[in-house]
Ligand binder design. Structure first.
Ligand SMILES: CC(C)(COP(=O)(O)OP(=O)(O)OC[C@H]1O[C@@H](n2cnc3c(N)ncnc32)[C@H](O)[C@@H]1OP(=O)(O)O)[C@@H](O)C(=O)NCCC(=O)NCCS
Length: 180
């Protein structure tokens, strides 16, 4: 009987805007987009546009409006997810999951699951009790979210362009968190 190869250890931590982290985040999102996966951008994603996006995101994290988490294996960033916290005054209990990506070659090893669980824990610590997210109908990660207990609210057809062109719908998911 064959056993799955053991997963080398990885650490998850909140990311800051240091040059190496920024550079690795840019590589990750450029590769993800080139692979045809929907994370808001079209292929080819110019390095300057990737950098502008992540610099803005990490600046928002510095202001406490979001948390950008990274999974590290030694010095390599192998995955990321963002927890959005900046919502209107009538939604203080809500947070959103965004920009979930695992580096190609490191997929299927529980990296995204660990990142998502960490993000859920942080959301709970901040008193957030309702999480929402969306994922592309075509090539998105619905299976991952359903495995982790997210409920499908519905689908919006023809919501966005895929990185290499052609429209895809989006699937909207939600999950209630236990109050901590
Ligand atoms: C989606 C993504 C982050 C998953 O990363 P990962 O680290 O491989 O995920 P995990 O190893 O934690 O997967 C956990 C489970 O979810 C399932 N899953 C993972 N990705 C999936 C996908 N794209 N579609 C359906 N199910 C998926 C797996 O089957 C796995 O179940 P198993 O343990 O029974 O095999 C990765 O495929 C990715 O970076 N995709 C491109 C970017 C993207 O589409 N992000 C989602 C934007 S909303």
């Amino acid at each position: 009987m064959t056993h799955p190869a053991p997963v080398p250890p990885f650490q998850i931590r909140a990311l800051n805007a240091d040059p190496d982290t920024l550079n690795q985040l840019c590589t990750l999102i450029i590769q993800t987009v080139a692979n045809g996966e929907s994370v808001s951008f079209m292929h080819p994603l110019a390095p300057a546009d990737a950098e502008a996006f992540w610099a803005g995101s990490l600046a928002a994290a510095h202001r406490g409006e979001r948390v950008v988490l990274g999974a590290w294996q030694a010095e390599q960033l192998i995955g990321t997810v963002t927890l959005l916290l900046d919502f209107p005054p009538n939604q203080p209990h809500r947070a959103e999951i965004a920009k979930m990506m695992t580096r190609l070659g490191h997929r299927g090893k529980g990296i995204a699951t660990a990142l998502l669980r960490e993000a859920e824990g942080l959301a709970g610590q901040r008193g957030r009790t309702l999480l929402v997210l969306d994922t592309a109908t075509d090539g998105g990660a619905a299976g991952l979210y359903e495995k982790l207990g997210y409920t499908l609210a519905g689908e919006i057809p023809d919501f966005a362009l895929k990185p290499h062109g052609g429209l895809t719908g989006t699937l909207l998911y939600w999950k209630r968190l236990e109050q901590v």
